[in-house]
Design a protein around this ligand. Sequence first.
Ligand SMILES: Cc1cc2nc3c(=O)[nH]c(=O)nc-3n(C[C@H](O)[C@H](O)[C@H](O)COP(=O)(O)OP(=O)(O)OC[C@H]3O[C@@H](n4cnc5c(N)ncnc54)[C@H](O)[C@@H]3O)c2cc1C
Length: 444
Amino acid sequence: MKVVIIGGGFAGMNLAKKLAGNKAIEVTLVDRNNYNFFPPLLYQVSTSFIEASNISYPYRKMFQHKANLRFFYGTLLNIDHKSKIIHTDDGDLSFDYLVLAMGTQTNYFGMQNVQKYSLPMKTIDDALNLRNHLLLNMETLIRTNSDAERQKRKVIVIAGGGPTGVEVAGMIAEMSKHILTKDYPELNSPKASIYLIDAGEALLGPMSKKSQKEAYTVLEKLGVKIKLKTAVKDFVDGKVILSTGETILTNTLIWASGVIACEAPGLPSTSITKGRRILVDEFNKVQGTDSVFAIGDQSYQTADKDYPNGHPQLAQVAIQQGIHLARNLERIRTQKPPVAFKYNNKGSMAIIAKFRAVVDLPKKGFFSGFFAWLIWLFIHIIPIAGYRNKVKLAFNWFWSFITNDPTLRLIIRPAKKEKLLPAEHVAEAIPEKAPGKVQEKISG
Ligand SMILES: Cc1cc2nc3c(=O)[nH]c(=O)nc-3n(C[C@H](O)[C@H](O)[C@H](O)COP(=O)(O)OP(=O)(O)OC[C@H]3O[C@@H](n4cnc5c(N)ncnc54)[C@H](O)[C@@H]3O)c2cc1C
């Protein structure tokens, strides 16, 4: 049986791992990146706390010695579900069963300036881009003679008060407190002004009231200015424009405000629902198809009676759906009836500051503080791919938390090459065996 999985995040990777070693099933995992990564810790990469390599791992290394797993580096372009073929930017693949596990992408809600100028937090590239931006911003800040420019560069606006926005706000506030004075002695008052904006009535929207209150209190104490029931409407000429009519001068808008499912072109339009999620039945089979499944953030299942409005877009749902589908594919192969998916909620958690986290347990349990923070660290280290990564991450955390001074504040950018000359000019400019003349000719 030929199974093609598109997307190697929590859902796709758990499905592939569970099928590893099943000689009767040949699995091809397609991904636009050649590595799996761990989104819940992206904010620590973007704030120079840990390295990108601590939370990412190459698929080919994962698949070593797994005879029935193959990796295909490519981006899905179109699905022909009737002919059982997918088209990618690097060729076509045929399948008996196709599994869509492409997750979500940043949603800018149609605001073009926000899309163009804000800094999203969805991928490793985004996190490294944000890290560079924050560090470059400080280098410009200390050099500028303009008071207005200096003020503007000290302000950081974070849109989205969910776990990502709260975590990044807490981390930047801690950095501003502990690191800026040491790194930038040129500044008299280097503390950043951090705004956290959310359209909802509380921070950490899907969590318990106790978690929401704790996050608010702790962030406020750290100096974060929280604006609830307020939406970002535009980001133009270095000004964030809010729904209240207020504007904030800044050149840093971090966008942690919304997601939309990745596109799956070729599926029947009736199978696409709100947030572009794909409608699936109780076995995660896409409505209107015979052999296509969707799992994780990208899927929308209403058959689970505790979640009639679809499951939350969380790692645990994606992991459980991946593992469950692996069992069902084996049942389908051996002509047994598949079993309906049921989500087992294990609770949710978020870090709100150094040594402080909030944890909601199923059935209304709640705890917070240092113990919650330790549990958060433990839970987040387990799913990180690779033993070396786990050890490196634990050491990095230990070191950074006790010294208050991680050493990863590096501005690393891809090299900018000189503009290449058109081919005919190059031939003319670089006579064979005359390397000494090259520079002269080109500059001439
Ligand atoms: C910053 C951040 C913090 C988060 N924190 C938490 C948290 O603390 N707890 C929690 O439970 N959840 C958290 N989440 C949500 C969690 O990460 C998602 O619910 C989970 O990743 C969903 O898994 P998935 O497999 O469906 O999709 P993903 O993990 O997003 O994986 C999708 C994969 O598909 C690939 N892909 C996408 N499009 C294509 C294409 N066209 N062709 C080929 N490959 C493609 C991508 O490269 C990626 O590898 C967080 C998310 C973010 C962004």
